[in-house]
Design a protein around this ligand. Structure first.
Ligand code: NAP
Length: 427
């Protein structure tokens, strides 16, 4: 089984190491040796800390994919182009592909799946969501006999690290992010993580698989964690919750559509996801017959991600030797993605109000006018001022955000000091 590896950075170099270190076991498991016949990189002349023949490196990735002596292509470069062209060329030539490229799968996964199906070959991508955590295979295979209702995930290690530090030490967002950078958990430019783009790509991929419907990153409603304050974290704590950056994909039975979103949310401290600390990832799946399942582990890093890639390589190589194809992808259900306004959520609202008779009634009136029912109210007096913390029952997001808009203009409301969605049941 002759392999072309595209990319030899954080993940690719670990793939090279594992292919060599585990060569005997891999050959026994596949039934043939796995041989690395070429490595496509941007700078082939670069000196790398790898005990490997330098002549394997090439800057001509397209030429490498097209070579007759390549049976299988691994892509760990990332980004949309040129990776998309290389992978389409490989699939069209009937060569199976293993990739970790969440950005490409979330933006144009359908083109890759179609090319794989047309050529009767495999497209595997366990490493694209949740690093080492087996998640794609459970969604694609183990749960294929069930109906998934909801997927709730902590799928970005950087944001989970930042929010864990804010919760456990009282650090501000900026302090926690600086610590994440110093420990190597955050990139020099952390915006793809902090602004939720990385999690949105993963949410789109999970939604495609869970609901057998076409979902791209453009369908995902996205709010980053940059506006989460120490006061939000303290307020969550007071009501028995913690704040997590969640990727949510859920099916609405009433509308038969799906909601796919990424945003910070308060979840009860008793929820299994609340115990997922630091840079770990976890995905909580609720299915009709299976009930609740949780998948937990290291969501990033060279070796964990390489483990997931090699698991796919073994599966794909076995399929090729047996002359069969693994599970394909189908969007047969074609459920529409609901606009965020029609998604049913719950809000936690923190208000600074004047401590005068009638303010509570005025505030309650705003909720009633938008048909939003209040689940709990807590009031703390502070001289002339008071803080009012309200948690709603579930309501369409459009009604909840219209309520907050009205609250901003009410006499007696000095400021809406915090608004956050609430997920994961009652605290
Ligand atoms: P990386 O360290 O930046 O490595 C990228 C590799 O791609 C390098 O070897 C680079 O070549 C090569 N490359 C970049 N542009 C190229 C081009 N135009 N032509 C040929 N080669 C090119 O990236 P990474 O962290 O390993 O991530 C790779 C993929 O895995 C991405 O899709 C990422 O989303 C995914 N992933 C990463 C992690 C993780 O923890 N890092 C986790 C899950 C998934 P040079 O070496 O010559 O620069």
């Amino acid at each position: 089984m002759r392999i072309a590896l595209l990319g030899c950075g954080v993940v690719g170099s670990e793939i090279v190491r594992l292919l060599r270190a585990n060569a005997g076991d891999l050959a026994a498991r596949v039934g043939e040796p796995l041989e690395l016949v070429g490595i496509g990189v941007r700078r082939p002349e670069r000196v790398r800390d790898l005990d490997i023949d330098a002549s394997l490196f090439t800057a001509d990735a397209a030429g490498l994919v097209a070579r007759d002596d390549v049976d299988l292509v691994i892509e760990v470069v990332g980004g949309i182009e040129p990776a998309r062209d290389w992978l389409l060329a490989a699939l069209r030539a009937g060569k199976p592909v293993v990739t970790a490229n969440k950005a490409l799968l979330a933006s144009d996964g359908a083109a890759l799946h179609d090319a794989a199906a047309a050529a009767g070959t495999d497209l595997y991508y366990e490493a694209a969501v949740g690093g080492a955590i087996p998640l794609i295979r459970p969604l694609r295979e183990s749960l294929a006999g069930d109906r998934v209702r909801r997927v709730l995930g902590i799928v970005n290690g950087t944001t989970n690290f930042v929010l864990t530090r804010m919760d456990e030490t009282g650090a501000s967002f900026a302090e926690a992010l600086a610590e994440a950078g110093a420990l190597g958990y955050a990139e020099a430019d952390p915006s793809a993580d902090i602004d939720g783009y990385d999690a949105a790509a993963k949410a789109a991929i999970m939604a495609q698989l869970a609901f057998h419907s076409p979902v791209t990153i453009d369908d995902v409603y996205r709010v980053g964690i940059g506006d989460v304050t120490a006061a939000d974290i303290a307020s969550a704590r007071e009501m028995g919750c913690t704040v997590k950056a969640l990727a949510v994909a859920e099916r609405s039975v009433e509308t038969d559509g799906i909601s796919v979103r990424v945003h910070p949310a308060m979840i009860p401290r008793t929820h299994p996801l609340a115990g997922v600390r630091e840079a770990f990832n976890a995905v909580f799946v609720e299915a009709e017959a299976a009930g609740q399942l949780m998948f937990y582990g290291q969501g990033a890093g060279g070796a964990p991600t390489a483990s997931a890639v090699l698991g796919d390589v073994v599966a794909v190589a076995r399929n090729r030797i047996a002359g069969r194809r693994g599970p394909g992808e189908s969007s047969y259900a074609a459920l529409p993605v609901l606009p965020m306004g029609r998604t049913v959520t719950r809000y936690h609202v923190n208000l600074d109000v004047t401590d005068k008779t009638g303010v509570l009634a005025t505030v309650a009136g705003a909720f009633a006018r938008h048909d939003v029912s209040i689940r709990s109210v807590r009031q703390d007096g502070r001289g002339d001022d008071a803080s009012l913390v309200l948690v709603t029952h579930a309501a369409p997001d459009a009604a909840l955000s219209a309520t907050v808009e009205e609250l901003r203009g009410l006499v007696g409301v000095r400021a809406v000091s915090g608004v956050m969605r609430v997920e994961g049941g009652e605290p």
